[in-house]
Design a protein around this ligand. Structure first.
Ligand code: INI
Length: 158
């Protein structure tokens, strides 16, 4: 007897997504948002099923992600920001809390939260990951959200 395989597909028709995007480093995050919207549109998501929420910075992502996930109105949440290392330990606190908070919210609420948070040492590395040499991590995060939303739906329908 063949084994059972469960995996999420990349069809976002009929699914609802919230994208949270930070204004900090907006030159980067606007590109991440463009990538995420491109992924959702190209996988079939209707414009009216996409909600974009702007926050000041990465630090504010978890509280907003928790609120959106608790509303149970979205099949997935996509968090987009860029934390770029400076000369102080500030980077570690902001990036660490964003990562920990977003992970906990997904695990606690059961709503997939895609981690589209760039953590880089330089602006150039961030640019590379926001539509230049290394693709667009906003696009990748949205594709992950689509796959996870479909996977969770399948698991719940069993
Ligand atoms: N927020 C970011 O999204 N990226 C950063 O690189 C960053 N740095 O370096 O400070 C940053 N700080 C702001 C922070 O997210 C909060 O908005 C702020 O501390 C107010 O709570």
């Amino acid at each position: 007897m063949p084994h059972n395989v469960i995996e999420g597909n990349l069809d976002s028709r009929g699914l609802k997504f919230a994208i949270i995007v930070s204004r900090f480093n907006s030159i980067i995050t606007e590109r991440l948002l463009g990538g995420a919207l491109d992924a959702l549109r190209r996988t079939g998501c209707a414009e009216g099923d996409i909600t974009v929420v702007h926050v000041p910075g990465s630090w504010e992502l978890p509280i907003v992600a928790r609120e959106l996930a608790a509303q149970k109105a979205y099949d997935g949440v996509i968090a987009l920001s860029a934390v770029i290392r400076g000369d102080t330990p500030h980077f570690d606190y902001v990036a660490g809390e964003a990562a920990k908070g977003l992970g906990q919210i997904a695990a606690q609420t059961g709503v997939p939260v895609a981690f589209g948070v760039l953590t880089t040492n330089t602006v150039e590395q961030a640019v590379d990951r926001a539509g230049a040499k290394s693709g667009n991590k906003g696009f990748d995060a949205a594709m992950t959200a689509v796959e996870m939303a479909n996977l969770m739906k399948q698991l719940r329908s069993k």
